[in-house]
Design a protein around this ligand. Structure first.
Ligand code: ATP
Length: 266
């Protein structure tokens, strides 16, 4: 596994036909191996940005560069060899087994259709199954798995793709607390560049090197979590009253959130 740099410059996107601009003039740079969290309220444009990063949407303006290469100047196959995405939509390949789905991650590296699984492919697939603790489930059909198990299968498939940049849209959805922590721990320790959207700001602060806060399609902050996720910025973006408190036992900062009620502001 190796990591790539990611450079996003002046990125905007509109679906066209008179629709508004859903992402405006977004720029940031990520060094190889960094973990970036995309945070912001519902409808802010997080998924839209991720779709631009894995070359699903073509930018209206601006560029996405991976190791200096504009992803729209590369073939789709070449992009699939460098970038893997774990999406919110659950797959519908219910009849396939876990092992078969994870093996699909090798597709961009194969020549022609139906290429046989070489020993390197097998090692990569086994490693991905191991990392996500899925070995016991290799022969199970996807349709028989719980939502959390399916989510882990999709992360394993993305790892089997051996990407340099891994994009994850809400990877902790469907996961219980233990599996949330396990997936985030895995993410933190992978030698890849990672961009992940996360709703839980405290989890994002714990796992990400940098955070991009989006509000109505615009960047409201980019940088280390403790700088970007200030009480004022979070309160403004999410329309709540956010307080940063220190947990005495672990000596770490923790954000708490309260609905603003008239006359109860402090
Ligand atoms: N193809 C599209 N055409 C029109 N509107 C769209 C399209 N894609 C997204 N939108 C709208 O753009 C806004 C941003 O959507 P997006 O999914 O990026 O938000 P998000 O920050 O990921 O939200 P959530 O936290 O709810 O998942 C939403 O209002 C959504 O309805």
């Amino acid at each position: 596994m190796s990591a790539a740099t990611l450079s996003v410059q002046d990125l905007s996107w509109s679906p066209g036909r008179g629709a508004g601009t859903l992402l405006r003039s977004t720029s940031f740079a990520l060094e190889a191996g960094r973990v970036l969290g995309i945070v912001g309220p519902n409808g802010a444009g997080k998924t839209t940005l991720l779709r631009l990063l894995y070359r699903f949407h073509r930018p209206t303006t601006g560029t996405v560069r991976v190791d200096g290469d504009d992803i729209w100047a590369l073939s789709a196959r070449s992009v699939a060899q460098r970038i893997a995405a774990v999406l919110q939509e659950q797959p519908s390949d219910f009849a396939l087994t876990v092992g078969e789905i994870v093996a699909l991650g090798r597709t961009p590296h194969r020549r022609g259709f139906g290429g046989s699984t070489g020993s390197h492919d097998k090692d990569v697939i086994d490693d991905a199954l191991d990392r996500l603790d899925l070995h016991g489930l290799g022969d199970r059909h996807l349709g028989t798995l719980s939502g959390g198990e399916r989510q882990r299968v999709m992360v394993a498939r993305a790892l089997a793709q051996e990407p340099q940049l891994l994009i994850l849209d809400e990877p902790t959805n469907h996961l219980d607390i233990r599996h949330q922590l396990e997936v985030l721990d895995l993410i933190r320790n992978l030698p890849l560049t990672i961009v992940t959207s996360l709703h839980d700001l405290n989890l994002a602060a714990g796992v990400c090197d940098d955070v991009l806060l989006i509000q109505s399609g615009q960047t409201a902050g980019f940088g280390p979590p403790d700088q970007v996720l200030s009480e004022a910025a979070v309160s403004d973006a999410f329309q709540v009253m956010a307080r940063r408190e220190q947990l005495s036992r672990s000596n770490t900062d923790h954000l708490t959130f309260h609905l603003q009620k008239q006359g109860t502001h402090t």
